[in-house]
Ligand binder design. Structure first.
Ligand code: SF4
Length: 277
């Protein structure tokens, strides 16, 4: 099968998101589709109606072009891998672009924040090349129920993702469970709190017209509107977050007023909602 090239693999996000996020520069090794094809996916909701989303065959970035870009990034910067499309979706095992990119980031001494819904990152060959000083990892989970997750996302089952988090945590990596989106009716909070995970990042579900169409859950509490998305009120978010008893919790927020609330009253690091070590 012919491999499509993913050309816009490097982007610094501007606007409201760019101002709120400490790591607005994304390096995506795959794009224009993600094999995980989650029903609530923001990237899919932005690309599908323009016929730019192909979950069966994501486009693949050219590693030579990636190296040219990385060689110009100042040492000590941090780029986000998998911010737009998962960099550890199954096709990584065929193309190895993320593997080669991590080696290049190590070579040029650039930090990397990896966001993924895959357990592949904790495979030995990847753990061998992750640099503890440069790598920051967030593994995303939306439920702890393996069967439930398969109803709306085609990523590794949550039990494998949790296993990967614990393996990385035990090995001394800066790793967090990313509850993104946090869907309270799908989350077993007692089980979550008993996993022995030390660090969590929470992102509440925001929905647009497309996500509502694909992902059929109750949105009656999503009454706030901003930037084309519906959000939960702050009181509801506070009620949900109280149920999480993980030692360190930080909230990644898009709704401006709530972003300021978490920054000033809740997050351990006011300058960095990802709370990297
Ligand atoms: S893993 Fe991320 S990029 Fe891939 S479909 Fe799911 S939400 Fe979208």
């Amino acid at each position: 099968m012919e491999v499509r090239e993913f050309k816009s693999f490097y982007k610094t996000v501007g606007g409201g998101e760019g101002q709120k996020c400490k790591y607005p520069t994304r390096l995506d090794t795959y794009g224009c589709g993600c094999q995980h094809d989650c029903k609530y996916c923001y990237a899919k909701s932005l690309l599908d109606f323009r016929k730019l989303w192909n979950p069966e065959q994501p486009a693949v970035a050219d590693i030579r072009k990636i190296e040219r870009t990385i060689s110009k990034i100042p040492k000590g910067s941090i780029v986000r891998l998998g911010g737009m499309t998962d960099c550890f979706q199954p096709c990584e095992l065929d193309h190895r672009i993320t593997y080669q990119t991590i080696k290049l980031l190590n070579k040029y001494e650039i930090g990397y924040l990896i966001v993924t819904k895959s357990h592949i990152i904790a495979n030995e060959e990847y753990m061998d090349i992750l640099d503890k000083d440069l790598a920051h990892i967030q593994i995303t989970v939306t439920t702890l129920d393996d069967d439930k997750s398969l109803e709306y996302e085609k990523a590794s089952v949550p039990s494998k993702r949790v296993e990967a988090i614990k393996k990385l945590q035990d090995a001394g990596f800066d790793v967090a469970i990313r509850l993104s989106p946090l869907i309270p009716e799908f989350m077993d909070f007692d089980k979550l709190n008993s996993l022995g995970i030390n660090k969590a990042i929470v992102e509440f579900l925001r929905v647009n017209h497309w996500i509502k169409k694909w992902f059929d859950i109750d949105y009656s509490k999503h009454t706030l509107k901003e930037g084309g998305y519906n959000h939960l009120p702050l009181e509801e978010k506070l009620r949900i977050i109280e149920k999480i008893k993980i030692p360190t919790i930080s909230v990644c927020e898009d709704y401006t007023e709530h972003y300021e609330y978490w920054r000033d009253n809740f997050n351990p690091n006011k300058e960095d909602c990802c709370n990297l070590r």
